[in-house]
Design a protein around this ligand. Sequence first.
Ligand SMILES: *Cc1c(COP(=O)(O)O)cnc(C)c1O
Length: 246
Amino acid sequence: MTEADQVRDDPRTDQLRQRLEAVRRRISQATAAADRNDDPPRLIVVSKFHPAEDVRRLAGLGVTDFGENRDQEASEKASMLVELDLRWHFVGQLQSKKAKTVVRYAHAVHSVDRPQLVAALERAMAAEQERSGRGSLDCFIQVSLEDDAGAHRGGAAPADVPLLAEQLEEAGGLRLAGLMAVAPLGADPDRAFQKLSAISARLRDDYPAATGISAGMSQDLEAAVRFGATHLRIGSDILGSRPAVR
Ligand SMILES: *Cc1c(COP(=O)(O)O)cnc(C)c1O
């Protein structure tokens, strides 16, 4: 075991271990209840606002996938922890000009929501694959589940999914992984994730390999598992609260 693999022995590690175990229990219960034991979802721990040392502690506890929503913060953590062989998932709104840095560390981008971003990621990946020989970038189309198209928490309108899917499918260096969504504030998560599941079924009719459904946060992971989430993005229930405003 290298030093980096060693489980720390400090109070914060104990706290993270307990919270991680509690979340893992919720996930296994939801997975069993949905009769999905042979197809369990993957846990992504969203580490935004929390220090690289917490990521190191969680890696020691067996977590391999981490989510971040700001390029600079993600980039710094990833470079501090390169020796850990982690998978970084970019889950936040992404400006096209940041594509170049994101592809240096990200295994996946969950927030692809417009054609210009696909084009920027494709260009960035061409350069990055030339430089580092990295494998393709998993791309999830973020879809808005708002009934009122105006009040957005981000994401493409469901009607725009086919166009983005086609663009991703044709882009070099990018892999169409599936869909991502955030349940609208105050909405019934079951209803929201049921809608997502229907959009995913239509996408898979055309692109059978695009099986990913990135859905479910601390508050609504059970509903997400019920409606087929393959990737859960859990932050505060494991790492604790973060500043309300960013
Ligand atoms: C912060 C964040 C999460 C994690 O949310 P919690 O409620 O802390 O579990 C998940 N997805 C996205 C897109 C986020 O920005």
